[in-house]
Ligand binder design. Sequence first.
Ligand code: ZN
Length: 283
Amino acid sequence: MIRALTRCRQTFAAAALAAILGSLGGCAAVHQQLGMALLPVETEIELGQRLATEVVEQNRLLDDDEIQRYVAGLAAPLIEASQRDRTGIEYPVTVLDDARQVNAFALPGGPIFVYTGLLLLAENEAEVAGVLAHEIGHIVARHSANRLATQMGVSVLASIALGEQPGELAQLAANLVGGSTMAAFSREDEREADKYGVAYTVEAGYDPRGLATFFGKLMELEGDRQVTVFEGLMASHPATAERIQVLEKRIARVGDPGGRVEAERYQQMRSKLWRLSRASLQE
Ligand code: ZN
């Protein structure tokens, strides 16, 4: 009786081992083919919230409620426009205080950050709206959630999202902010985010040419080693030129919607930001 039970257990153990080995092989295949869509939405949102807290700890927030509200206000109609493609996501927009960073980024699940350096380079609301709409596009298409799930695995991300790995969380936040190779989007991802960017700016009533004119400004910054630019665009100059061409074709297809540019209102905000930034640059 006892011997029979032992044999049964051995058989069970062998079967379990075979099943585990089999599923490991299966996992590897699934990981490669389907890894792009495996991160559950709740995990994506939790991860984004935790990363956002970490980003705020690692950076300095712009200490001006009026400008924070102004930038969030620019994003509001774009977020509204994005609802037809993806619902159930919140997009908190936060301005970080660093004039040398001409940059913006989106975290998985919604949080968007914009550096003062980007706001100082832009000349009107349409340009900032274009950048914000592009970032919303990355979230709508789940680009960073999918890329991280493929690179790091869903269980690691789930554990980071639960707060179980503070060291990994800090590292991941730093990578995403710093635009490390790990965090770099593919050319297809960028093109897709540009496509959403144009669609949402048009729908929100802004001139969609803002994103293209802003990219043009980034190209003019080439060679200036003092600044870090938007998603590392400057590092790939020919690709940026090509991207602007593709964008302009897309905008031409949309037609001339006669959207708002809002240069005057923008420059009033920017004058205030210059005053605040000069003080922080002199520190
Ligand atoms: Zn992008």
